[in-house]
Design a protein around this ligand. Structure first.
Ligand code: DMJ
Length: 480
């Protein structure tokens, strides 16, 4: 980074008790530019220096603000956090009337507000998130209770994505609501949110699964699978993540989630996990029994997921899961070359090893998944290589993605002279920089025993058995 920027960043008034690492600087830089050029819009366009609104959030604004609240807070960027909080208080308008992705609003807005509430105790976040949660409920009004992908936040009407075959709902979308909805019930005292997601769980548990696998498309009308495409990357990914995290977030009481997770892992290992000729372990995609030897960047979160699930597996499989997690993380690191950033998808056929063979797969949009796995693997093993790999990523982000007014995705990770895509994704602030920060912090900052991260890296507290019991006793006493 330039000398001027460096000395500006070094003079930041950071609370001395908080660890200081390069990702604070990167966060401050990304945030300041967002604030300067795109304040209140969803994302910053760092080359053209303006804001992007997009059509994923149904007219809701400030996605980068909501996604940044907890990151700013844990990094000790107090002034910036206060600006963000004030915006939420005065300008976050939940009365929008547009078409929103239920999944995106849930993981970014509901998750972001919940985490902000739990970290700070500010009632304002709780009120906002409960108001928003209520607006999402009509999406579940389908014959099966499986929500459709798109909802109008004003009218409550919902429909399926035009691109999803035969009006189907997507596994990674309706399967990635559980953590947030359980917390909405906790905070509101209204069981309806938990009931909605438990109903999804029940259907998925009951329905017949090809080879024990969960296909990506399901009809919200009939409750049957629509296509037999299975993936641990896009369209499937966070469903698996939410199974193990539901179990961990329940203080290990949610036995059903546990059973479904380890059952899914068994099917994944039997059908999708592959070893390349060069010895790299990867997760292939499955299309009606035929393997596509491709792994998406999104699937690289699975190193971390398998790592955090290792300890609660069958005793004889614990070391195996930890090894598998390390192997997948290693494979994903191998895909990060020569810019030390990785492509959107890489393949293991046509002679390639973890390499994007199609031009259209060569882009990197500041995604977190590989760094996310480094962070979990560091916490679980303390093997210094994960910090080394994380540092490589920091340097690569600085070299290839930082532009004058923010960070930008790049179009080709195989070219040293970057072509920028002019977009600073909100998940860069929420996930990529937060995971980097945690990777270089002590383990007692958001310890994994006490917090689970939702799929947008918003930390949600484990609901302790003792708290749940206290509440039950209180309820009983008050009803008596
Ligand atoms: C994020 O919004 C979440 O991590 C989601 O689960 C997948 N896609 C992006 C980041 O790549």
């Amino acid at each position: 980074i330039s000398e001027a920027l460096c000395s500006y960043l070094q003079n930041l008034p950071l609370p001395p008790s908080l660890p200081l690492n390069r990702s604070n600087y990167m966060m401050k830089f990304s945030w300041d530019n967002y604030k300067r050029y795109a304040w209140g819009k969803n994302e910053l366009r760092p080359l053209t220096r303006n804001g992007h609104i997009g059509n994923m959030f149904g007219g809701l604004r400030g996605a980068s603000i909501i996604d940044s609240l907890d990151t700013l807070y844990i990094m000790g960027l107090t002034e910036e956090y206060n600006d963000a909080k004030e915006w939420v208080q005065t300008s976050l308008d939940l009365n929008s009337n547009g078409e929103a992705s239920l999944f995106e609003v849930n993981i970014r807005y509901v998750g972001g507000l919940l985490a902000a509430y739990y970290l700070t105790g500010e009632e304002m976040y709780k009120n906002k998130v409960l108001e928003l949660g209520e607006k999402l409920l009509p999406a579940f009004n389908t014959p099966t209770g499986i929500p459709r992908g798109v909802i109008n936040l004003g009218s409550g009407t919902s429909w399926s994505w035009g691109w999803a075959s035969a009006g189907s709902s997507i596994l990674a979308e309706f399967g990635t609501l559980h953590l947030e909805f359980v917390h909405l019930s906790e905070l509101s005292g209204n069981p309806v949110y938990t009931e909605k997601v438990m109903n999804i769980r029940k259907l998925l548990n009951k329905i017949e699964k090809p080879h024990g696998l969960y296909p990506n498309f399901l009809s919200p009308v009939s409750g049957n699978w629509v296509q037999h495409h299975v993936s641990i990357g896009g369209l499937g990914d966070s469903f698996y993540e939410y199974l193990i995290k539901s179990y961990l977030m329940s203080d290990k009481t949610d036995g059903e989630a546990k059973k479904m997770y380890y059952g899914a892992m068994e099917a994944i290992e039997a059908n999708l996990v592959q070893k390349s000729p060069g010895g790299l372990t990867y997760m292939a995609e499955w299309r009606g029994g035929i393997l596509d030897h491709k792994m998406g960047h999104l699937a690289c979160f699975s190193g971390g997921m398998i790592g955090i699930g290792a300890d609660d597996g069958a005793p004889e499989k614990r070391q195996h899961f930890l090894d598998l997690a390390a192997e997948i993380t290693h494979t994903c690191h191998e895909s990060y070359t020569p810019t030390k950033l990785g492509p959107e998808a890489f393949r293991f056929d046509g002679g390639g090893e973890a390499t994007a063979t199609r031009l259209s797969d060569r882009y990197y949009i500041l995604r977190p998944e590989v760094i996310e796995s480094y962070m979990y693997m560091w916490r679980l093993t303390h093997d210094p290589k994960y910090r080394e790999w994380g540092w490589e990523a920091v340097e690569a982000l600085e070299q290839h993605c930082r532009v004058e007014s923010g960070f930008s995705g790049i179009r080709d990770v195989y070219t040293m002279t970057a072509s920028h895509d002019n977009m600073q994704q909100s998940f860069f602030l929420s996930e990529t920089l937060k995971y980097l920060y945690l990777l270089f912090s002590d383990d007692d900052l958001l310890p994994l025993e006490d917090w689970v991260f939702n799929t947008e890296a918003h930390p949600l507290p484990v609901i302790r058995r003792s708290c749940a019991q206290d509440e039950a006793t209180q309820d009983k006493t008050s009803s008596e």
